[in-house]
Design a protein around this ligand. Structure first.
Ligand code: FDA
Length: 395
């Protein structure tokens, strides 16, 4: 005998739990299936253990998707303030770090506990360490018959909330993408996003011993730019500015760094020349950008002499290099360290108001498995909450 549910949700992450508690509150019989030994593992590790659970400045413009309009409806119907209200109801203390990014004061465990408690209050059954082995659904069937490692299940709605491919050690799997393809959905090319970039050859040799050095930059690629810190690593570069631009970069694309963000480089050099004619370029630069990096710049890419010895064409050349320094990345660190997976289930075949498949009635896709990817800064969780909520109201 199969157990019967109104909705079975595969994936006990951010989107899955939000969908489950929303549907459960509506009196739906809900089963949440998670193949890992506990739910919410990515929430636990997020934000350095403090979970950057939303961003108060969330707009559709903070997302990458082949259809930039798709995310609008769900985001408008479940806003950061809706999630904040739940956080406050559970008396979880939080703070804004920067740029609208909200973090728990204490621990991301509190966010997982809140979601699990809300699921319990809404009568949701959660099965961890459970997988779907087979799905039976023929065209025209009104529901799905599932063979799970815990027995047979029948459900009217099947919600795929299995997330992306990043951090396989945390339970990430290609389950959702494979299932989508099996039911005729197009899956847009997948690649790692919000990920450190790697350098190779002479580009890596010139920087790798500066590992640990951080400096503010504006990173630009394909018409988008982000101003924030860059961190030099053993393998290449990371830090918020690089993670952000990595989602817009693909091998071969021109990636530039403004190493004097907020300054007109030539004006700045001319004023330094006027004010400190005897100081060397590396000294002047080292007081504005990280000293060791400034030294390396002068050794490899610029030159070094007292400011008064530079003529105008030379200063113009230095300004051009400083304001548009080419970063020749060889690749990314991949899914091992990426925060998100770009691409995914094509939004053309999914309803933007309910997240239901336009191909298979009763099948839903939510969260990261869909081709909607947020910037760094709480936007990805906000998409998980909003898309989970939209489906939770529909199943
Ligand atoms: P999520 O990955 O959360 O959940 C999917 C679940 O499905 C997992 O529990 C997985 O085990 C399960 N699953 C997979 N296959 C299955 C199968 N076959 N059967 C059953 N279960 C299956 N975002 C943000 O906004 N703020 C932040 O601070 C961070 N920080 C951060 C840090 C790190 C290190 C990473 C890797 C990512 C972030 N993110 C983030 C991104 C954020 O974690 C991510 O976008 C959301 O968790 C996506 O939510 P989903 O529910 O779609 O997937």
């Amino acid at each position: 005998m199969a157990e019967v549910y109104d909705a079975v949700i595969v994936g006990g992450g951010a989107a899955g739990m939000m969908c489950a508690l929303t549907a459960g509150r509506r009196g739906r019989r809900v089963l949440l299936i998670e193949h890992a030994n506990k739910v919410g593992k990515k929430i636990l590790m997020s934000g350095g253990g403090r979970c950057n659970f939303t961003n108060t400045g969330t707009t559709p413009g903070n997302y990458l998707s082949a259809n930039p309009h798709f995310c609008k409806s769900a985001l408008a119907r479940y806003t950061p303030w809706d999630f904040i209200a739940m956080v406050e109801r559970h008396r979880i203390a939080y703070h804004e770090k920067e740029l609208g990014q909200l973090f728990c004061d204490e621990s991301s465990k509190l966010i997982v506990k809140m979601l699990v408690d809300e699921c319990a209050a809404a009568g949701v059954r959660i099965e961890t360490g459970c997988s779907i082995e087979r799905i039976a659904h023929d065209e025209g069937d009104s529901g799905f018959r599932l063979h799970s490692t815990r027995g047979n299940i029948a459900t009217t709605s099947l919600v795929i909330a299995s997330g992306g491919l990043s951090i396989p050690s945390m339970g990430a799997s290609g389950f959702g993408y494979e299932l989508a393809r099996r039911y005729g959905h197009n899956v847009l090319p997948l690649r790692a996003g919000l990920v450190p970039l790697t350098l190779s050859g002479k580009h890596q040799e010139r920087l790798h011993d500066l590992s640990g050095v951080a400096l503010p930059v504006t990173a630009s690629c394909n018409g988008i730019d982000f101003s924030n810190q860059m961190l030099i690593t053993h393998r290449g570069v990371s830090g918020p500015a690089i993670l952000q631009i990595s989602s817009y970069w693909q091998p071969g694309d021109d990636l530039r760094l403004d190493l004097l963000p907020g300054h007109d480089a030539l004006d700045w050099l001319l004023s330094q020349q006027r004010e400190r004619p005897a100081a060397e370029l590396k000294t002047v630069l080292g007081e504005t950008i990280a000293k060791r990096f400034a030294q390396r710049l002068c050794e490899v890419w610029l030159s070094n002499k007292p400011m008064k010895q530079y003529n105008l064409p030379e200063l113009k050349q230095i300004a051009a290099t400083l304001s548009s320094w080419p970063l020749i990345a060889s690749g990314t660190e991949g899914y091992r360290t990426a925060e998100v997976t770009l691409g995914g289930v094509d939004t053309d075949e999914v309803s933007s108001s309910t997240m239901q498949s336009k191909r298979v009635p009763g099948l839903y896709f939510i969260g990261e498995v869909i081709d909607v990817t947020g910037w760094l800064g709480g936007y990805n969780f906000q998409w998980a909450w909003a898309s989970g909520h939209a489906a939770g109201l529909a199943v």
